[in-house]
Design a protein around this ligand. Structure first.
Ligand SMILES: [Zn+2]
Length: 279
């Protein structure tokens, strides 16, 4: 078990990181909603070519995500613990770019699916635009647009029927962006923390010294969606070996290099606010 003093530090760190991630996720959600609102308005007003292009969406998402991602990886480049060779700089920048690309493509895929869902609804039902806009304005900026669409379909009797808006959910599902954006940000944070420790070790090796970090400890902070990783609290393994991460509910064990390891399963890595301490 981490000492009480350590625990307070890690819990606080996790809470702050969670708040940062939620704020970034909020901006992505607002962006998604603005796109959907504009599309609904254009569609109903019969404007041509209303659907934004993939390139435009990609560009916007790139700009929205870049500061958050680069902030994490720049910490390594500017770290007082590393002087970083030019080669390492390039390597870390490549890591940041590749991570940014993964995030943007994941979010782009989600927004595209949301637009397809919206297109399907608008093609099948008549929406009351005034009603839609009224609800969207009244509710929070991040209110779920699928719910607003369902509430503003003109055929009220149909909506009150047990089937609701009958769009096949497999191909045309609508999902909020918030959980996706938060999880991607969290993975970036943990990925960058891992890279920082690895960069410090590599630099030591280049100088003919031994690794600075030889072990790591899993710290459960009780932030995030569930208590799923409490059993792992205090687990210590060699730095370059995976943790044997046990899921509290299923009891299944999965090797993870660090919390939110992007190579891990959805069950163990989606919006987890566990930490690791290298020493
Ligand atoms: Zn966790």
């Amino acid at each position: 078990m981490a000492s009480i003093l350590n625990r307070k530090y890690w819990e606080r760190k996790s809470l702050i990181e969670k708040q940062q991630n939620q704020l970034s996720a909020y901006y992505i959600q607002v962006y998604n909603n603005n796109i959907i609102d504009q599309y609904v308005e254009d569609y109903i007003n019969d404007k041509p070519a209303a659907k934004p292009t993939q390139a435009m969406l990609y560009g916007d998402l790139y700009v929205l995500n870049k500061p958050t991602v680069y902030k994490q990886y720049n910490k390594i480049i500017n770290s007082k613990y590393t002087s970083n060779s030019a080669l390492q700089h390039m390597f870390i920048k490549n890591k940041a770019n590749s991570r940014l690309n993964t995030i943007v493509e994941t979010e782009l895929d989600r927004i595209t699916k949301n637009l397809n869902y919206t297109e399907k609804v608008l093609g099948k039902y008549e929406l009351n635009l005034k009603e839609y806009q009224k609800i969207a304005k009244r509710e929070k900026k991040i209110a779920n647009r699928k719910n607003i669409m369902e509430k503003s379909v003109k055929d009220v009797d149909f909506i009150r029927s047990k089937f609701g808006i009958n769009i096949p959910s497999n191909d045309f599902n609508y999902r909020d962006l918030t959980p996706t954006a938060e999880a991607m940000n969290r993975q970036t944070q943990m990925d960058a923390s891992w890279e920082e420790c690895d960069a410090i070790n590599q630099e030591a090796r280049e100088k003919g010294l031994s690794d600075v970090y030889t072990q790591k400890e899993w710290i459960w902070t009780n932030e995030g969606q569930t208590t799923r990783h409490s059993a792992n609290d205090g687990q210590i393994v060699d730095f370059y070996e995976p943790f044997q991460c046990m899921h509290d509910v299923t009891g299944e064990i999965e090797p993870l290099m660090y919390p939110c390891d992007p190579n891990g399963s959805f069950e163990n890595t989606w919006i987890c606010y566990c930490q690791f301490r290298a020493f």
